[in-house]
Write a protein that binds this ligand. Structure first.
Ligand SMILES: Cc1cc2nc3c(=O)[nH]c(=O)nc-3n(C[C@H](O)[C@H](O)[C@H](O)COP(=O)(O)O)c2cc1C
Length: 179
């Protein structure tokens, strides 16, 4: 008898900061995921080179190839990001630009969590970017969490019940869609 392969969620944090609240949100989701779901939090965003259309071909920088493969092989992607200067953090946008030509996101179930002080601008901009790269982004898997830092304790635990409920709802939507 062959056991079904594990379903795989690939999570991309938009913050490079050590102790990031967006990393804490993804760690919370990972802790909530059932044992038969593999949940990988991407840790190489920092290694993605600046997007250069002149180098955007079948054999790009190794970190770009790896990122594209992670996305392609995942059953679902979760992006969780802050807003910087009223926009998408540069390194996250840069990474997404590398996926335009590869079509890695085409039809890919993608949840969007913007966890920031305000976050409305990055959230709206990311909806457009995900639309441009043809991601499948259900509204039920799209959530804006403003004042994120006031909703966590010093250890990165989410202390706000509404926020944990919203995050659990996002995770359920993703898992139900891929099972
Ligand atoms: C350079 C910089 C610019 C920022 N600009 C914004 C902003 O425009 N809107 C916003 O909601 N938060 C802004 N913030 C606050 C971040 O949302 C907040 O620090 C958030 O916790 C960062 O996410 P992280 O904890 O995952 O690193 C900014 C933070 C930095 C460092």
């Amino acid at each position: 008898m062959q056991l079904p392969a594990k379903k795989h969620i690939f999570a991309i944090p938009g913050s490079l900061r050590s102790g990031s609240s967006n990393h804490a949100v993804l760690n919370f989701l990972k802790s909530m995921a059932p044992a038969d779901i593999a949940f990988t939090i991407y840790d190489r965003l920092v290694d993605i080179p600046p997007f250069d259309p002149g180098n955007d071909h079948d054999r790009p920088h190794e970190a770009v190839s790896e990122l594209r493969n992670f996305i392609t092989n995942a059953d679902a992607v979760i992006i969780c990001t802050p807003e910087y200067a009223y926009g998408i953090p540069g390194q996250l946008k840069n990474a997404l630009d590398w996926t335009v030509s590869s079509g890695s996101f085409t039809g890919k179930l993608t949840a969007l969590i913007t966890a920031s002080t305000g976050g409305e601008n990055a959230h709206e901009a990311l909806k457009k970017v995900l639309g441009a790269i043809d991601a499948n982004r259900p509204e039920e898997a799209t959530v804006l969490i403003s004042f994120i830092r006031s909703k966590m304790d010093g250890q990165g635990n989410i202390t706000d019940e509404q926020t944990t409920d919203n995050l659990k709802a996002v995770l359920s939507t993703v898992i139900n869609a891929i099972k």
